[in-house]
Design a protein around this ligand. Structure first.
Ligand code: 13P
Ligand code: SF4
Length: 301
């Protein structure tokens, strides 16, 4: 039996479903039942029929799925796959900001620990952050943890007063402007599609800025035939599958999230077989971090 056949059989036996983010390895995306960006995956995780969710992504994604589905079993193929940015904010600063600014909304990017979500008023993803910040009645916004996404959102919501936090994604932060300029010189007809976790100098050279799903959809809607993609290289799989006649380039040093790439078919089969790496959370943390996630799902409707 191949590993894929084994996973299919285990899925049936265990009444399980596989969710995967666009940054995981192509062979993992291939066997997923649902694949998407963080926003899509958080929506899809609610209301699944299967009892077990295997989450092919990093720990904040599995945590969010568990928070929204406390009665389900959520399994992580690799418990060590984590997002560095998810930890880049702290309770002390959040409390200090709440004291300093009256009318403060703490807006928490979904790429964050449940502990940080618990201290926040609302969650956002890169796909809905502008819409949600606009919908908030508060003037003062403390946006955690990502400073790059915060700056991108604040430019589109000039009516708000943003307070920035010094978190960032180490993968998107390292996309080099010189390499983007070089790619543009090599492919002058290509449009540049960029994730808002990238620094501002890259966003300024971009034709489209959006979440991973936004980038993938835009490439289909655009009349252009070539694109330079400034986000993690896992999106190549879906782009080439959906648009076989279009061409996709990355910067010379392709952005790779090593944590996302830790998920393998063997690890998926292993957790399905053994039930290892189940996401466990204390009730108090789970119910407190549920509120900002539910508020996001509500405001993004
Ligand atoms: P999106 O899936 O929201 O585009 O976010 C990218 C990311 O870094 C996920 O970890
Ligand atoms: Fe976190 Fe960046 Fe990896 Fe996304 S790409 S999971 S933000 S480290």
């Amino acid at each position: 039996m191949t590993i894929r056949e084994e996973i299919e059989q285990l899925k049936k036996e265990k009444n399980a479903v596989i969710l995967a983010h666009y940054y995981v390895r192509p062979e993992v995306q291939e066997i997923a039942d649902y694949i998407g960006d963080s926003f899509y995956l958080s929506k899809v995780a609610v209301g699944l029929e299967e009892q077990t969710i295997v989450f092919c992504g990093v720990s904040f994604m599995g945590e969010s799925a568990k928070v929204l589905n406390p009665q389900k079993t959520v399994l992580m193929p690799d418990a060590k796959a984590d997002c560095a940015m998810a930890h880049m904010a702290d309770e002390e600063t959040i409390r200090a900001m709440r004291e300093k600014y009256e009318d403060l909304a703490v807006v928490c990017y979904i790429n964050s620990t449940a502990e940080l979500k618990r201290l926040s008023d609302v969650c956002v993803t890169s796909a809905n952050a502008v819409r949600i910040v606009k919908a908030l009645p508060n003037k003062n916004i403390f946006f955690i943890p990502d400073r790059n996404l915060a700056h991108f959102v604040s430019e589109q919501t000039p009516e708000k007063n943003f307070v920035y936090n010094e978190g960032y994604c180490p993968i998107h932060e390292k996309v080099k402007i010189e390499e983007l300029k070089q790619a543009k010189a090599e492919h002058p007809n290509a449009e540049v599609l960029t994730h808002p976790e990238c620094p501002k100098d890259l966003l300024d050279l971009s034709d489209y800025i959006g979440s991973t799903s936004g980038i993938i959809d835009y490439a289909g809607e655009s009349d252009a035939e070539e694109f330079i993609i400034c986000t993690e290289n896992g999106v190549r799989y879906e782009l080439e599958k959906r648009y076989p006649d279009k061409k996709f380039y990355f910067t010379k040093t392709e952005p790779v999230c090593e944590d996302m790439k830790m998920i393998t078919l063997e690890k998926i089969a292993h957790v399905l077989k053994t039930g290892e790496n189940e996401v466990q959370m204390e009730d108090a943390l789970r119910s407190a971090s549920r509120k900002p996630l539910e508020k996001m799902l509500d405001l993004a409707k």
